[in-house]
Design a protein around this ligand. Sequence first.
Ligand code: IPE
Ligand code: IPE
Ligand code: MG
Length: 248
Amino acid sequence: MNFKDKIIKEKLPKHVAIIMDGNGRWAKQRGKNRIFGHKSGVKSVKEVVEAAGTLKIQYLTLYAFSTENWNRPKIEVDALMTLLLNSINSEKKDLIENNIQLKVIGNTEALPTKIRQKISKVIEETKINTGLTIVIALSYSSRWEIVNAIKNISKEVKENKIDISNINSDLVSKYLTTSEIPDPELLIRTSGEYRISNFLLWQIAYSELYFTKKLWPDFGKEEFYEAIYDFQYRERRFGKTSEQILRK
Ligand code: IPE
Ligand code: IPE
Ligand code: MG
């Protein structure tokens, strides 16, 4: 089935978030080490970026490395950091040429200095781009982000900059790392795991969830289009009744 041609242009999500999972298992199935799986996953990132660009989706958030992933064996963490650095270096030109903006969310202070500097540079250089925004969640966890927001809001309350009566859902959103980004309408997770793994807990309150058994290195354009197609047949009710939605 060709999903791309079936996609309704007027019903596209503005923001798609992806938990890119299954690199390790993909490699193991082939008798290779986990790092081979991570390297193979880069191709899928490129495919998904291209597909999102083709559809003119505005935001694509990719969960690349969680706070908890720091607890993996050092050899794997180091390999992931090297892969990240190489990918940023090799893709920089393409990002600029394709009018793509790069953003990063997460505790970047935990990253090696070299990577942090490289990332800041690319963020700066792509700031003026107006096409797709790629948001890489790096050393990210939702609880880390929410704890940070609570600390910052508390500080401002203490300094009388915020009145407690003004704390509402919009204000909390402004203190998250995603303050300038709309909530994702669609969250995809690959590899057949049915969990969120500390990703965008606040932001996905009303996101449509799409789980696929495909391992990340096997996820390409067609799989991305299929997820968007599936999304377009969901009825998003936001607590209302189906009749209320259909009457609109
Ligand atoms: C996702 O693949 C990539 C990262 C979490 C960095 P995994 O490395 O988690 O692969 P599996 O889940 O072990 O197969
Ligand atoms: C989630 O995958 C994090 C990323 C995809 C970067 P994990 O493989 O770390 O998640 P768990 O441990 O299976 O929940
Ligand atoms: Mg995994």
